[in-house]
Design a binder for this molecule. Structure first.
Ligand code: F6R
Ligand code: ZN
Length: 181
């Protein structure tokens, strides 16, 4: 806002003096997004991903930025992934910059268009307005990426929970498999 001054966030200080919002999603919080369930994961309830948001107010004119760490693993072969969402203010875009690991961003529109694009170090992904987005970790290390978007965008998780994404991503014998949902 008007009273803000320029500032720096050092994401290597995460856990030390991080000032923003820290969101942690564990397996049991999000297990319904996967095609199958895994009793071992239910028992151990590992963190699937966590998000560190910049200390920014969610209002028009501001830009929210964050770091997501999406851990490696599968649920019976289906790679760990984020819940995914449309922005509540649908006419808002988002930019992702890959920092570590390798993943796919699944994108789809309410009209039924679907695209999967790669994310990783040196890759910037542009998610246009009106496209839902979900991130999948297809590597064996944590997938870490930076994201920035209009701070008033909001997150509509409900539509994705109802309709899902067109495709699910599984580990295959020689690489990855796209499975129609
Ligand atoms: C913010 C955004 C992402 C995700 C984050 C976690 O608009 O698109 O940075 O918020 O990667 O995923 P979700 O929010 O789908 O649980
Ligand atoms: Zn988003």
């Amino acid at each position: 806002g008007k009273d803000m001054k320029p500032f720096v966030v050092n994401f290597s200080d995460i856990g030390i003096d991080f000032k923003g919002n820290h969101i942690v999603r564990k397996y049991n919080d999000i297990k319904h997004i996967f095609k199958t369930t895994d009793p071992t994961l239910e028992r151990e309830n590992p963190v699937i991903y966590e998000v560190f948001e910049g200390p920014i107010q969610e209002k028009e004119g501001e830009l929210m930025f964050l770091i997501t760490i999406l851990y490696p693993g599968t649920v019976n072969g289906e790679f760990f992934m984020t819940k995914g969402h449309y922005h509540t203010v649908e006419n808002t875009a988002e930019v992702y910059l890959g920092l570590r690991g390798k993943g796919l961003i699944l994108c789809q529109t309410k009209k039924g268009e679907f695209e999967a694009v790669e994310i990783g170090p040196n890759k910037v992904v542009y998610i246009p307005p009106f496209w839902a987005h979900r991130t999948v970790n297809i590597s064996d290390e944590p997938l870490i990426f930076f994201a920035v978007y209009p701070a008033h965008a909001g997150h509509d998780y409900e539509t994705v929970e109802k309709e899902g994404f067109k495709k699910r991503i599984f580990r295959g014998d020689n690489g990855i498999l796209f499975v129609e949902q």
